[in-house]
Design a protein around this ligand. Structure first.
Ligand code: IVH
Length: 699
């Protein structure tokens, strides 16, 4: 993907809005640099900062001292060690166009084109200066406000890539970024949780918090990447001069030669290219590699490589003019956790999934994110309604990192864990971190059998989930058809199956065998077809043989089946062929009573799937909505059975009233649907009037 302008400026309309924006930005920046979690994610901060800059450009006399634009590093934490050279920040660009504009302005400033650019990853960590005296690491200082930083020398031993002694006894300052790799971050959070702490939201916060923590009972490793090498007051004059003259790329190889860890050796080493076009190509290459990197980057840094160019360009108070950060879209955003869904996978793993307030990350809208497992939810202390940090890199499934605790309102609710398998209703094995349905891989079978036995499908009384589990566990049933060949003695051998239960179940199965085709079809659970679609298919084709003979074109003639659905239904029916054969062999009915058979069917020819004559019966051509409680002779019918009745009478059932509705059967307690029918002037009928209309079919 080509990283492009994803961050428009916030619109600031007046001085009050400007003051508020500066305050928000300052608070976010302070939290960011102190290693706390920022109330704004990166994109939101960038947007705000751009809005502030735009407003200030129009009102240069009203710039507030706290503004992030004029200051290094926003509002930095107090520091006490002065930097020998200011530690600057970088200006940003967000698109190839902005980058080209930057190179043009740089060329104007130095009066020549830049012909050597150094391009490397913008590491997402914290800037530090490491001082070496005669080859020995003596001090580690944060950037602070750019002129002075905090002494964090206590962390020296825990940072990989910053050797205690250099390969040569030189006095130099190495500047670079301290971060946690993904592996270090996971380890740090494990350790932190074990010590009773809240997990860090992301590697950056983890590195910031860890670097500044002085008296912790434990240490966790971090990684240093050098991106600068400069002379100190004690540096040998010849060396100091050489450092001032070296191209950036050679400064970096010098640092690496001294034993300092740099981007060299990673999948995204700094490279030198000659034109802005080549820079953009490299930016795209790095962006494409981002998801697989074992450490976080938030952009690409482009620098004029030659010392002469850098010198000519100089620096502003906030950032050098010879370098620019080409920002990549943020992969982390803060949004709210609305719900937690529990899904059961093929192997029976019961996995939580977070439903999010939609948020755009890297150009895609994210509405779901993984939540690993229940123990993880508990450890993170997540609650419904929490603001959460969502992380997405490349094509990886987004994940929820942590709740943003300070954004809590008190309205958050606990996340409820399921007590039974959400798919088949069996017990859940919670002995491991990843919960699993006690039925394991059979979960799917149990769920599909329980569904097939349900009231709106084959309506097999006495065959609830518990009994299905029993049959599956006893090895008596491996598919739907096996139910119909169960023998009396097999059932009697089961626990809690007496003579009565056995006979009742066998009788219920015998009745189920006679169910109309529409219900058998529904019981098969063909994807994309529910109860009413199954009825339409069954009524249209009238026999299973005709359904099986139908190709996608024939399937499309069924009301409500379009070009997309038809082929998948046909394919699935074909897939189910062995099961359908087995059901037929077990004596299960495969015809739809009352539907007119296709005219050419008896010829047994290619026209076998010719449609049944459409729309005969008392409700022919009518669109009927049933609402409220049925009474009289209809009292015992479920809503599904009422819909079946409508369709057997030639009508089309629907659950919502529109101007196309022709009849609304309104029983007791009918509410909004009745009101809507009245408002639209649609014919209303009581259950009794309706019963009279379809009396012939009620038998
Ligand atoms: S060069 C004068 N190179 O990004 C500053 N900085 O947002 C020259 N950063 O302050 C810095 N990776 O802390 C440079 N490869 C890299 C970097 C890098 C990360 C940081 C650095 C800088 C900040 C600006």
């Amino acid at each position: 993907m080509i990283p492009s302008m994803t961050t428009p400026a916030a619109v600031i309309v007046d001085a009050t809005a400007y003051a508020q924006a500066v305050e928000d930005a300052a608070r976010a920046a302070a939290a960011y640099y102190a290693g706390g979690s920022s109330p704004l994610d990166d994109d939101a901060y960038d947007r705000l900062a751009r809005g502030i800059a735009a407003w200030e450009a129009e009102h240069p006399d009203e710039v507030l001292p706290d503004s992030p634009t004029g200051k290094v590093a926003g509002g930095a934490a107090e520091g006490d060690v002065p930097h020998t050279m200011p530690m600057l920040s970088l200006d940003n660009v967000f698109s190839p166009e902005e980058f080209t504009a930057w190179t043009a302005s740089l060329a104007r400033r130095i009066d020549r084109e830049v012909t050597r650019f150094s391009v490397g990853p913008k590491l997402d960590g914290l800037a530090v200066a490491a001082r070496y005296h005669e080859g020995r690491l003596t001090r580690l200082i944060t950037r602070g406000d750019g002129t002075a930083g905090e002494d964090v020398s206590h962390a020296m031993g825990t940072v990989e890539g910053l050797p205690e002694t250099l390969a040569e006894p030189v006095t130099v300052e190495v500047r670079g970024e301290i971060l946690m790799t993904t592996a270090q971050f996971e380890h740090a959070n494990e350790v932190r949780i074990r010590h009773g702490g809240q997990p860090f939201a992301n590697p950056r916060n983890a590195a910031a918090g860890t670097l500044r923590a002085k008296e912790r009972a434990y240490t966790v490793p971090m990684t240093f990447f050098g991106y600068g090498l400069l002379a100190l007051p004690g540096t040998d004059a010849a060396l100091a001069e050489r450092l001032g003259e070296l191209p950036y790329s050679e400064l970096m190889s010098t640092a690496a030669g001294l034993g300092v860890h740099t981007s060299a050796g990673t999948a995204v080493p700094d490279v030198v290219v000659e034109t802005p076009e080549q820079v953009v190509v490299r930016v795209q290459e790095i962006a494409a590699l981002r998801a697989e990197l074992p450490f976080g980057i938030d952009g690409i840094v482009v620098k004029a490589d030659l010392a002469a160019d850098r010198r000519a360009a100089g620096s502003g108070s906030r950032a050098p003019r010879w370098a620019i950060a080409y920002k990549l879209p943020a992969v982390e955003k803060i949004t709210r956790l609305l719900e937690v869904e529990w899904n059961v996978g093929r192997t029976g793993i019961v996995a939580p999934r977070g439903v999010l307030e939609p948020v755009v990350i890297e150009g895609s809208t994210i509405t779901y994110a993984t939540l690993h497992n229940p123990a993880d939810i508990t450890r993170r202390g997540l609650r419904l309604g929490d603001h959460v940090m969502v992380h997405r890199a490349g094509d990886v499934i987004p994940r929820i990192e942590a709740p943003v605790a300070h954004l809590r309102t008190g309205e958050e609710r606990p996340i409820v864990f399921p007590e039974a398998c959400p798919r088949c209703g069996s017990d859940i094995d919670t002995s491991e971190e990843r919960w699993r349905c006690a039925q394991g891989r059979n979960c799917h079978l149990v769920a599909s059998l329980a569904y097939a036995a349900g009231r709106d499908q084959l309506d097999i009384e006495g065959l609830g989930t518990t009994r299905v589990v029993q049959l599956v566990e006893a090895g008596l049933v491996a598919d739907l058809a096996d139910l119909f060949t169960l023998r009396r003695e097999q059932l009697l051998a089961l626990e809690r199956m007496g003579e009565t239960s056995t006979d009742n179940l066998l009788a219920a199965l015998a009745t189920a065998r006679e169910q109309p085709l529409s219900r058998v079809l529904c019981a098969l659970g063909v994807r994309g077809t529910g109860r009413s679609m199954s009825r339409r298919i069954a009524r249209y084709f009238t026999t299973m043989d005709h359904i099986r003979a139908a190709d996608a074109e024939a399937m499309q003639r069924v009301d409500g089946i379009g070009v997309e659905k038809a082929p998948s239904i046909v394919a699935e029916i074909a897939e189910l062929a062995p099961l359908i054969d087995k059901l037929a062999a077990a004596g299960v009915n495969m015809t739809e009573p009352g539907a007119t058979p296709p005219p050419a069917a008896d010829a047994g020819g290619a026209d076998a799937a010719t449609p049944a004559a459409a729309g005969t019966g008392p409700l022919a051509g009518m669109k009927v909505v049933v609402t409220g409680a049925m009474t009289g002779s209809l009292a015992r019918l479920s809503r599904n059975e009422m819909n079946e009745l409508v369709e057997r009478a030639g009508g089309r059932s629907s659950s919502s009233v529109s101007k196309n509705t022709t009849l609304v059967v309104a029983g007791e307690g009918a509410g909004s649907k009745r009101a809507k029918a009245e408002q639209l002037g649609i014919r209303l009928a009581t259950p009794e009037e309706f019963a009279a209309l379809v009396a012939d079919l009620l038998g």
